[in-house]
Design a protein around this ligand. Structure first.
Ligand code: CP
Length: 336
């Protein structure tokens, strides 16, 4: 690690502490983060935001490194924020898209990854429709860091960090605060990763939506043992779920992950489950609205609410850059 310039001492101290605690080259899911590590990553994101939000910086620890964005599924915010994050930290960024690449001639994922690594990639940012793909590629990687930018229905750890950071920025202490997550829970990798981070930070998570979208197993079994049963509630009545909510997070109906025709009639969904002004009134006054994006406008959320004063949706996007910078720097690498 380069010796820090004076003003970056705080950032460098946080990075060194994260390196010693995480001790990993990769960032595959939030399940490596307990409350202490998660809080450190959030603090690092905050310090980076303070330094970088005016875009003038001389802190380029990734200068000369190559960051490869490999997106096998479409993306706007994750792909672009990794590109900006890499560039702000001084890295060269290359973007791979399946279309026009040799995967169209039948080249396998593993061979593609080996090729990208041989070309000199120090970071491989991967989004893939198959759950577990980022884990599989770490087995063939020699020195690159692999970062999961969303794998199938499994995990979306960088979005979860972004959401946790954005909430901490607005609510400060998340202990005992109530978040209601509404909609297509079963197909949501964002939900899985968010459940881990938000409960780890002490939030109470209420899950609601049509029966066919809800898990039918004990979610606490997928979480660390210190998470209390009472922190997670499945509520089948949206009105009841919204009572006293501090935060409401509707999720996108993931049409691409439903195996058969969507049973849920969208008109019925909108009339019963859409978050709109009337439903918002059931929550606490000034309850915050979040959405990891992209939004099916007019389906899970009324379009007017997306840009309302209570909405943090664009803040989530903005913070994604700083959180992804923190994640890149948390990977244990020789930056010298
Ligand atoms: N939230 C999220 O992953 O958005 P993108 O698909 O646009 O990256």
């Amino acid at each position: 690690m380069k010796m820090p310039e004076q003003e970056y001492t705080k950032i460098n101290k946080l990075i060194l502490k994260l390196h010693s605690l995480l001790n990993t080259n990769h960032f595959l899911d939030v399940d490596i983060l307990d409350k202490e590590k998660l809080s450190l990553l959030i603090n690092l994101s905050k310090e980076i935001k303070l330094q970088f939000q005016n875009k003038s910086n001389a802190f380029t620890p990734l200068k000369g490194k190559i960051l490869a964005n490999l997106f096998f599924e479409s993306s706007t915010r994750t792909r672009l924020s990794f590109e900006i994050a890499g560039k702000l930290l001084g890295a060269h960024v290359i973007n791979f898209s399946e279309k026009g690449s040799s995967t169209e001639k039948g080249e396998s994922l593993i061979s593609t990854i080996q090729t990208i690594e041989s070309l000199g990639a120090d970071f491989i940012i991967i989004r893939h429709p198959d759950s577990g793909a980022p884990y599989a590629i770490t087995k063939t990687i020699i020195k690159s860091s692999v970062i999961n930018a969303g794998d199938g229905q499994h995990a979306h750890p960088t979005q979860a960090l972004t959401d946790a950071f954005t909430l901490k920025e607005h609510l400060v202490n998340l202990e005992g605060k109530k978040i209601v997550i509404v909609g297509d829970i079963n197909h949501s990798r964002v939900f899985r990763s968010n459940l881990w981070t938000l409960t780890s930070l002490g939030m109470n998570v209420v899950i609601t939506g049509p029966q066919e979208f809800l898990p039918n197993f004990d979610l606490t079994k997928t979480l660390p043992s210190n998470i209390k049963q009472k922190q997670i509630t499945i509520e089948h009545d949206l009105e009841k779920a919204l009572e006293n909510a501090d935060v409401i997070m509707p999720l996108r109906i993931q049409k691409e992950r439903h195996l058969s025709t969507l049973n849920q009639n969208l008109k019925t969904y909108v009339s019963k489950w859409q978050i709109n002004e009337t439903k918002l009134k059931l929550a606490k006054t000034n309850a915050l609205i979040m959405h990891p994006g992209p939004v099916n406008e007019g389906i899970e959320i009324n379009t007017n609410l997306i840009n309302s004063p209570q909405s943090l949706i664009q803040k989530q996007v903005e913070n994604g850059v700083f959180c992804r910078m923190a994640i890149l720097l948390s990977c244990k690498k020789d930056f010298s």
